[in-house]
Design a protein around this ligand. Structure first.
Ligand code: DGL
Length: 277
């Protein structure tokens, strides 16, 4: 695998549709590159699964993208970034493909939040897996040791998005309930991170119910600019990324359904292909 060193698309992975909110922003900031997106829709959601399973599924996707030639893979999923990224970077990559890179979405978000929060009191919404992993607390403690972090899991938000209920009354109920729960944890919170790539699809409702003065941080733009910066600092990786401006969409579940849903996330017509990981 490691010997194949031709230029290739940048791989972007998520458990389902959420990563498309990251891909859309990456393509806006870096339109020149080719991309291949893999959504493991057949096994989503990951947010309620064990560490071991999320790691195994994510590694399968990374291996698949490496087999397609990708030299750089972005885990556009907080749950996978929280539960699998470190092990893949430290244990698997040195054996599988030492010159290739796998990056996540948590670190760039945490870097950006230092500039955004003035009170130093930050809230995080995420899947049960991401919140239980304490990944945001750990990363924020490293970069901003004075910050206070309150995390709250929103187990219903991903199903609402995956089932096209983002604009429905059910979304009103759950979004309000979870915002109230997070805000009541710390009255000084001035910044809330949407620590799940599905959540930007609920942004309208989130902004509607979020108390005034609290900033809501979605990750797409942050991750896209962080990737641009990474590629500037790593010309040895950048020169392995092909530049045709194309995007291929792959899913482990029904391709037609994926195309319909994905079109909502990326705001353009998507034709997908079914794959097996
Ligand atoms: N999009 C994933 C994330 O950012 C979560 C979706 C899931 O539970 O599979 O965490």
């Amino acid at each position: 695998m490691e010997k194949v060193d031709r230029k290739a698309a940048i791989g972007v992975f998520d458990s389902g549709y959420g990563g498309l909110s990251i891909l859309r922003e990456i393509r806006r900031v870096l339109p020149q590159y080719d991309y291949v997106f893999v959504g493991d829709n057949a096994r989503a959601p990951y947010g309620t699964r064990s560490f071991q399973l999320v790691y195994e599924f994510t590694l399968e996707a990374v291996k698949y993208l490496f087999e397609q030639g990708c030299q750089l893979v972005i885990l556009a999923c907080n749950t996978a970034s929280a539960k699998a990224l470190r092990t893949i970077q430290q244990r698997d990559l040195p054996v599988l493909a030492p010159s290739r890179r796998v990056l996540g979405v948590i670190r760039p978000t945490v870097e950006a939040v230092g500039e955004i929060s003035h009170s130093g009191h930050v809230g995080v919404f995420g899947t049960p897996g991401t919140i239980a992993s304490q990944s945001y607390n750990i990363e924020i403690a490293k970069l901003h040791p004075d910050f206070a972090v309150s995390g709250h899991a929103c187990p219903m938000w991903v199903p609402l998005v995956e089932n096209c209920e983002s604009d429905g009354d059910g979304a009103d109920y759950f979004v309000k309930k979870d915002i109230d729960a997070l805000v009541s944890m710390d009255g000084e919170i001035d910044t809330v991170i949407l620590g799940c790539t599905h959540y930007p699809l609920l942004l309208k409702k989130i902004k509607q119910f979020m108390p005034q003065g609290i900033k809501v941080v979605a990750q797409g733009d942050i991750v896209a600019h962080s990737l641009a910066d990474y590629l500037r600092r790593h010309p040895e990786i950048e020169e392995k990324c092909s530049t045709g401006g194309t995007c291929q969409y792959l899913t482990t579940d029904d391709a037609e359904k994926f195309g319909t849903m994905a079109s909502i996330f990326v705001n353009e017509t998507v034709t997908a292909q079914k794959i097996k990981l």
